[in-house]
Design a protein around this ligand. Structure first.
Ligand code: KG4
Ligand code: ZN
Length: 344
């Protein structure tokens, strides 16, 4: 039996969870600061770290209470070491190191994106090789998983991440932060009527969303200058349609090229209903390929995903020592079992 306490604080959520064995969660607590940052239209790093300091002990207490366990009973402490906001990461890491040192527990430093990817294990075990479309506020990547904790990034964004583009379009449409989930709902009610450029529709597996984002901003700006009304639901549908077509097409092409039998999605934007449906349909047309999706509660930042990735690392004995530091720009491939320096 194993009990892992996981801490995730890379952005504007302080989250902790306790995982028993493969996928039984004894507790999961997320202290979100979204209301505070919404006032500023996005995450303010200094505020995020100050709020983390205020709530870290309370979240720990609640996580242990809900699980009805003491720290003594925990087998390992997992924590997001990067990528993310420097100050935010620092609070979680200091808490984890303090607990690990005081209670003599092994420490596991987890890559945030590895966490998003292993959120899929909540449903069923990932089979290898598999392909994961990572779409979050900070990342858009196609990751090949060759074996447990063996990552190869075959494509990534050249500019904005998908979630970032969603949130910036949301801002232009005067929607509250974060715009992503709202645009998703609006898109379901609208039609693809606006003509927008399809970004980086090429042979690579890379993505680019800033041109599309700028096209939406320009379209909105011109309409305002001409005193024309924009149909926001149609614009949301047009934007989402173009985004999804690129994400789905490149994922399907890579699935065929690499002979993949299991496609995964990960990150906040994998909660997008339109994307889940479109990917489901496209993968459904491939013979013998299945689509694994993290549950909605595991898509946006939480500590369950960090615990699930940490469980893999625990089994592979990928522990860190107390010299572990935060890594705001951490490379996922470097975390692979054979190529990684887990302590560094
Ligand atoms: O993974 P996440 O919680 O944080 C990062 O690691 O970045 O992702 C947050 C991002 C935000 O940009 C948010 O707008 C987007 O995920 N998001 C969505 C949806 N739900 C969250 N974007 C589109 N549709 C959604 N339903
Ligand atoms: Zn995330």
């Amino acid at each position: 039996m194993s009990l892992i306490l996981a801490i995730e604080s890379s952005c504007d959520e302080m989250a902790m969870a306790i995982l028993k064995d493969e996928r039984e969660f004894l507790s999961s607590v997320v202290a979100s600061q979204i209301d505070v940052h919404a006032m500023y239209g996005g995450v303010v790093p200094e505020i995020a770290s100050r709020k983390h300091v205020e709530c870290v002990s309370l979240v720990l207490k609640e996580t242990l209470n809900k699980a009805n366990v003491t720290i003594d009973e925990i087998d390992a402490i997992a924590v997001t070491k990067g990528p993310g906001l420097v100050g935010s990461l620092h609070i979680g890491l200091q808490a984890a190191k303090t607990i690990a040192m005081a209670y003599h527990k092994p420490l596991i430093g987890v890559h945030h994106i590895a966490g998003h990817i292993y959120a899929n294990n909540y449903v069923q075990n990932i089979i290898y090789p598999s392909l994961c479309l990572v779409v979050s506020g900070g990342h858009s990547e196609l990751v090949l998983l060759k074996a447990p904790f063996k990552f190869e990034v075959i494509g990534q964004t050249l500019d904005d991440a998908v979630g970032e583009a969603y949130d910036k379009v949301g801002r232009v449409l005067n929607l509250p932060y974060p715009g992503g989930p709202i645009i998703d709902k609006m898109a379901a009610k609208g039609n693809h009527t606006y003509n927008l450029p399809v970004p980086l529709d090429d042979e690579s597996y890379n993505f680019s969303f800033s041109g599309l984002k700028s096209a939406v901003i320009n379209l909105n700006h011109k309409a305002m200058q001409r005193n024309e009304e924009i149909n926001q639901e149609d614009l949301a549908a047009s934007f989402q349609d173009v985004v999804l077509s690129v994400l789905v097409n490149k994922t399907i092409r890579a699935t065929k090229e690499y002979g993949i039998k299991q496609v995964l999605m990960a990150g906040g934007v994998s909660a997008n209903r339109g994307l889940r449906n479109a990917m489901g349909e496209a993968v459904g047309q491939l013979d013998g390929v299945e689509l694994l999706l993290p549950p909605m509660s595991c898509c946006t930042d939480n500590a369950m995903m960090i615990a699930l990735a940490a469980k893999q690392m625990y089994d592979l004995k990928l522990f860190s020592d107390l010299s572990l530091g935060i890594k705001p720009n951490l490379d996922l491939e470097n975390e692979s079992v054979s190529g990684g320096n887990q302590n560094g």
